[in-house]
Design a protein around this ligand. Sequence first.
Ligand code: PLP
Ligand code: COI
Length: 372
Amino acid sequence: MLDITTDGSTGTGLTFTQEPHPGLVDANERARLLENPGFGRVFTDHMVTIRYSEAEGWHDARVQPRAPFQMDASSAVLHYAQEIFEGMKAYRLADGGTALFRPQANAARFRSSAQRMAMAELPEELFLESIRQLVKVDHDWIPTSDGGSLYLRPFMIASEVFLGVKPSAEYLYAVIASSVGAYFKGGASAVTLWVSEDYTRAAPGGTGAAKCGGNYATSLVAQKEAILQGCDQVLFLDAAERRWIEELGGMNIFFVFDDGTISTPPLTGTILPGITRDSILKLATDMGLTAREEPYSIDQCRADAESGRLREAFACGTAAVVAPIAQMKMRGGDFTIGTGGPGQTTLRMLNALTDIQRGKAPDPHGWVERLD
Ligand code: PLP
Ligand code: COI
């Protein structure tokens, strides 16, 4: 085993131990897997792990072969779901280099998710270094295809062996990576949403703004309903009035109006503060568009779609990037947004964002971290 000191100091005195890999996937097999990876099924050779205990703090940082975890059946996460995660991507740049997009924002959100879930907070520099280490060692897994990227999944679980209900005294942090193409099957050109009137995702005071697994577990029954209704994704309304549009199961939402303005629901604590959402708000301002963060009711949305005031809607997130919304379905009837196809502003946002992420356009906000 070889102890490597990281290029950048983690600022925590931790070094990552690099374990040798006994059986890397061979280059031909990797090329075959990267041809059409889909989303979240093709995994790289390695993973990073770091342990935490109240006694030792953060320790035992490793870059190691990706392998099953050995866990005691009494590990707290298996019972009380004390778990958080992040989603981010490494991109192949136009000049062949590699880059991350706003990784600092993921590090900060991971820390705030940890706070909400009463978990140990991973120092942001250690989070960033764990990502850099994995991208470096699994660099060859970044697809070169159009729209392809390396999806990075940092996550943390409560690993204390104890059945009492309390914050765990031990945590396991890990990062895995998956070579991905489009999130929606067939790269859907426009998606359909099922408006969930029976189930909500998050209530005031709850965990809606944290990226914890539990939020996704509770969304699945509504997502299942969406699929049964022939839709791609579920759209959640607020829990108090079942009236205000919040977000999708795994994406934020934007609306584009006939006066050229755009809007998205405000961050009131029940929706995830998306990094793509934040970037789009800034890009809109750069483009000279008026962008509002304001409540928008499902009734107004339907009325505006019918009157033509609402021209476009799109979903956005790391996995989905920017996805046009064609139609909304709900018990009261379905309605189509705009032409039912990708709108001009949606495509402009998609291109503006992906051009910065892939180094094809200037990066005025300093969002891109170049790795090599
Ligand atoms: N909302 C939810 C529920 C999500 O899971 C995601 C994806 O991470 C987003 C919004 C978008 O967040 P981001 O743009 O940071 O990926
Ligand atoms: C992401 O976009 O990173 C997410 O976590 C959303 C999930 C639907 C994959």
